[in-house]
Design a binder for this molecule. Structure first.
Ligand code: DGY
Length: 329
């Protein structure tokens, strides 16, 4: 089928989850929009139907867009997948390429929010904020005393970053200039400028783990990075070291991590992304010294609106036959 325009002259777009209002309004100015009014996860059949019956599909991180859904879209009207979110590991990019359907994403606009949530997790861990809040709410706080919930400072400690892209750099900047931390990192390609903070690039993940008090994951989830924090990498961490994951669950071997936490091999973990989320590994739920957040990395009003505006920008470029600003696949 071709991209025949409806009477409105606008292309149709299928949006799988509700967006902040300002972004939905902007989308409606340029497209015939189908919203998921109930904002519940859509069934596979609903996704297939939505992809097939709209010119553009705008899924998000929590939708699994496999080859069959892409093929149904291609057999129907879908000519663009404009993802609401920067990560595209939930979309079968090879299938999209095989059907000549471009995929766009929303880079840049969630860098600061995600770096902020990374610092939140680091601070919550080393200052024992989660423990303290749970204790107080449970009515178990017996009052101030010099030895109560004593944590550690960030200042003077070493942060190891895996994946020095936009978000990795923003975290390095906050950690170094805001909290006086030293930074080391691993990255696929060489980074010449020390990420602007005098950071040292090390040869591999194990070297970063061995050199760091905090290891923070900022790589994209790809076939190469699947389980990059495996049992060996976790074993290479310093005793008492903390693992932070605001990237994707797939980059961590959660079974190995839960075991290391329960065995006290590492100091703790701060996680904002999980394999199979929103289901959470039971051994992580019960692990000590662990802060678990429900994928809040980009969850500020400003960022979530900006992500929607990125989809609008990409979809408008597509409608105009222009180059796509954020082609991810
Ligand atoms: C993304 O855009 O990939 C983020 O994970 C959403 O917070």
């Amino acid at each position: 089928m071709s991209n025949t325009r409806p009477a409105s002259g606008k292309l149709s777009i299928f949006v799988t989850r509700r967006w902040p209002q300002a972004a939905e309004v902007a989308l409606g100015e340029h497209f015939d929009v189908t919203l998921n009014d109930g904002d519940k996860p859509l069934s596979r059949d609903a996704l297939i139907d939505g992809f097939a019956s709209h010119d553009i599909a705008a899924p998000t991180v929590s939708d699994k867009i496999d080859a069959e859904i892409v093929a149904a879209g291609a057999a129907g009207k879908c000519r663009l997948i404009s993802n609401y979110g920067v990560g595209v590991n939930h979309i079968d990019l090879a299938a999209a390429a095989a059907h000549d359907i471009p995929v766009t994403n929303t880079p840049g606009v969630l860098t600061d929010a995600t770096a902020d949530i990374t610092m939140t997790l680091m601070l919550m861990l080393c200052r024992r904020a989660g423990e303290g809040e749970r204790e107080l709410r449970a009515g178990e706080w017996t009052g101030w005393r010099p030895t109560h919930l004593v944590g550690r400072a960030l200042s003077g400690r070493t942060l190891g970053i895996i994946g020095m892209g936009r978000i990795g750099r923003a975290v390095a900047h906050r950690a170094h200039f805001g909290f006086g931390m030293d930074v080391v990192f691993q990255n696929r390609s060489p980074i010449a400028d020390g990420a602007g903070v005098g950071a040292r690039q090390l040869t591999d993940v194990a070297a970063v783990c061995a050199a760091s008090d905090f290891v923070s994951l900022h790589c994209a989830a790809t076939a190469e990075t699947a389980n990059i924090m495996n049992a060996d990498a976790i074993a290479a961490m310093r005793p008492g070291g903390y693992l932070i994951n605001t990237a994707r669950g797939d980059v961590v071997d959660e079974t190995a991590l839960a075991k290391a936490l329960h065995d006290g091999v590492i100091g703790g973990a701060g996680l904002d992304a999980f394999q199979g989320e929103p289901q959470i590994n039971r051994d992580l739920l019960s692990a000590p010294n662990t802060v678990l957040l429900p994928h809040l990395g980009s969850a500020t009003e400003e960022t979530r609106v900006a992500m929607g505006m990125k989809v609008v920008e990409n979809a408008r470029a597509f409608a105009a036959g222009s180059a796509l600003p954020d082609k991810a696949g």
